[in-house]
Design a protein around this ligand. Structure first.
Ligand code: 5GP
Length: 190
């Protein structure tokens, strides 16, 4: 394991653009590795087990909770569990890299509380809740009901933004990526 293990968390309400920023950072910094979460939802058609997620059955996930195998876990959607395995952080540290986590807000707060010295947390804020609604509509993945749920949840999650080390407003993706770059370079001492 690296002598000075670090963790970088990217968190945001759904639709704020955290996946794009995560991809940008992974492409730019070979020092980072994507932390593959475990989850109980089904894989989407392009997703691979052990690459996008470790897809677990509900029983297996619950067993790992009992075994204290998670650094954090949450029921993100009704009946759907997501979590960061301690073994995943260890796997990345053992390669001499820093895990980059793309996780939702509550899990991010829990993880940060557990590793306060080691973490840098970035909260990606949408320019407004209205803009977030528009982005989710354009993405076309939501039903009217799930859109309403996500927008309500996003408003709630925005109220936690001050728990994080750095808030980045994502109005223009390039600018948000640049801001994330600066913060990460400082944190990693690059
Ligand atoms: P999706 O199902 O769209 O891949 O992800 C749903 C949400 O779960 C996203 O906000 C994603 O960031 C979050 N998520 C993914 N992995 C984890 C995890 O390990 N822990 C927590 N708390 N949230 C996660």
């Amino acid at each position: 394991m690296s002598k000075d293990p670090k963790i970088i968390i990217i968190t945001a309400p759904s639709g704020a653009g955290k996946t794009s920023i995560t991809r940008h950072l992974l492409g730019k910094y070979p020092q980072l590795a994507f932390s593959i979460s475990a989850c109980t939802r089904s894989p989407r058609h392009h997703e691979k087990d052990g690459v996008d997620y470790y897809f677990l059955s509900l029983d297996d996930f619950k067993q790992k909770i009992q075994q204290n195998a998670f650094a954090e876990w949450e029921m993100v959607y009704e009946g759907k569990y997501y979590g960061t395995l301690k073994s995943e952080l260890e796997r990345i540290w053992s390669m001499g890299k820093t895990p980059l986590l793309d996780i939702e807000v509550k899990g991010a707060i829990h993880l940060q509380a557990q590793y306060p010295q080691a973490t840098l947390s970035l909260f990606i804020e949408p320019p407004s809740v209205e803009e977030l609604r528009r982005r989710l509509e354009t993405r076309g993945t939501e039903t009217a009901e799930s859109l309403r749920d996500r927008v309500n949840k996003a408003s709630y999650e925005l109220s936690f933004k001050h728990h994080f080390d750095k808030i980045i407003v994502n109005s223009v993706l390039d600018k948000a990526c640049q801001e994330a770059d600066e913060t990460i370079k400082n944190f990693l001492g690059l």
